[in-house]
Design a protein around this ligand. Structure first.
Ligand code: NAG
Ligand code: NAG
Ligand code: NAG
Ligand code: NAG
Ligand code: NAG
Ligand code: NAG
Length: 333
């Protein structure tokens, strides 16, 4: 005997005029990479919490004891159908205000159902389909947001990110100049989430500076050392040691990783030049201009710490910077 527990929680309108419902049935998540526990007194309030949380696509709990788990978009991929006990609630679209009925919710008649999630950072559409192995599969498409002309899109764990490099062989910038220039156009001095982002900034800077650029050129990227990591006693703080990225604060607050910061050997070297180098620069190098560098260890795009307010010195010049911003919903969407 199959008993389908179903109810329409409530219906709201979200952008693009799709309404979302929570459809409850028996099942258990079997493939997921993230879930958060939510302390709730009833299954109904667990379902309601998922409905209210912008990024939640599925709620789950064993019947007894209650243990509400909420699954975010793009982190839950399959749910095993059950015939009793554990409950799941799928957030899916339905164009009518009435509670749908039919065999095998939320994929009534084993059709595909859909959902969409829109946050400040990202938009997804997703589908829920039912397979012969008694399993619902969820698949996701990132949609909607674009980078304006001149900006290039990169995928980050929590959002996509738009990057553009600015600079010239004849101008120098302090880090404050770079931050100011990015802020002026509604962006931030960007960090480097991935090697792809690093390589994009390094290649873009080389293009702007030209093949015969002045030697020892660099561009600014996000990162300023925390005061406790250069005040007396910093040597005793683990977060300040070596290449630990926790020693810096970032204008780019959308990084989950710092994999694009590949340090030159023996850097960051802090105050080795006699003054504190509390900001982060990216070296721009091609062999014809900088033949003294071993390119296997000092490639174009490596990071180094640099003196924040010195744009120009005998040793280097900061000739540009990378700005970053969130993708935008197109005006005609
Ligand atoms: C879980 O789902 C993801 C995304 O569809 C898939 O790449 C992965 O192979 C699945 N893992 C298992 C163990 O089925
Ligand atoms: C939406 O609700 C209607 C009315 O109950 C139902 O016939 C239809 O199958 C539902 N569609 C989806 C995709 O859930
Ligand atoms: C949906 O799939 C289930 C399980 O495979 C099956 O028992 C049922 O007959 C199917 N329903 C339809 C309408 O195809
Ligand atoms: C995702 O995009 C692909 C290619 O455009 C499409 O075939 C698929 O149906 C989409 N899936 C969802 C869940 O929107
Ligand atoms: C940076 O800002 C200054 C002052 O507003 C402006 O003159 C300059 O053109 C900007 N540079 C870039 C590359 O945006
Ligand atoms: C560099 O930092 C070390 C450790 O804080 C300190 O002992 C030394 O005086 C500093 N040197 C300069 C030139 O600031």
């Amino acid at each position: 005997m199959h008993i389908h527990i179903m109810y329409l929680l409530f219906v709201i309108l979200i952008p693009k005029m799709l309404s979302l419902q929570m459809i409850v049935t028996y099942g258990k998540p079997t493939n997921f990479t993230d879930a958060t526990s939510f302390s709730e007194s009833s299954w109904e309030s667990c379902v309601e919490e998922c409905y209210l949380q912008n990024t939640c696509v599925l709620a789950y709990s064993p019947t007894s004891p209650l243990n509400c788990q909420l699954y975010p978009v793009n982190r839950i991929f399959s749910v095993q159908k059950l015939y009793s006990t554990d409950l799941v609630a799928f957030k899916v679209t339905n164009s009518t205000a009435t509670c749908p009925t039919g065999d095998n919710p939320p994929t009534f008649g084993n059709l595909t159902n859909y959902g969409s999630i829109s946050t400040d950072l990202v938009d997804y559409t997703y589908s829920v389909s039912y397979g012969s192995d008694d399993t619902w599969s969820l698949s996701y498409n990132l949609t909607g947001r674009v980078c304006a002309d001149g900006w290039s899109m990169f995928v980050r764990p929590t959002t996509n990110w738009c990057l553009q490099v600015f600079g010239s062989p004849s101008v120098s910038y302090t880090q404050a100049d770079a931050i100011h220039n990015c802020t002026n156009i509604g962006t931030v001095l960007s960090g480097l989430e991935t090697l792809d982002e690093r390589d994009f900034v390094a290649a873009g800077a080389l293009t702007l500076l030209g093949a015969g650029y002045p030697e020892f050129a660099a561009v600014w990227v996000s990162g300023m050392r925390k005061p406790e990591c250069y005040s007396d006693g910093w040597e005793n703080l683990a977060e300040c040691a070596g290449t630990n990225m926790e020693q810096f604060t970032y204008t780019d607050t959308y990084m989950a990783n710092y994999a694009g910061y590949t340090w030159d050997p023996n850097t960051p070297d802090r105050n080795s030049t006699g003054v504190w180098q509390n900001c982060i620069q990216m070296w721009i190098r091609i062999e014809s201009v900088s033949p003294d560098f071993p390119y296997d260890t000092n490639p174009n795009g490596n990071s180094d710490d640099a003196t924040c307010n010195v744009a120009d010195s005998d040793d280097f010049s900061l000739r540009g910077f990378a700005c970053g911003k969130l993708p935008e919903i197109p005006a005609d969407a």
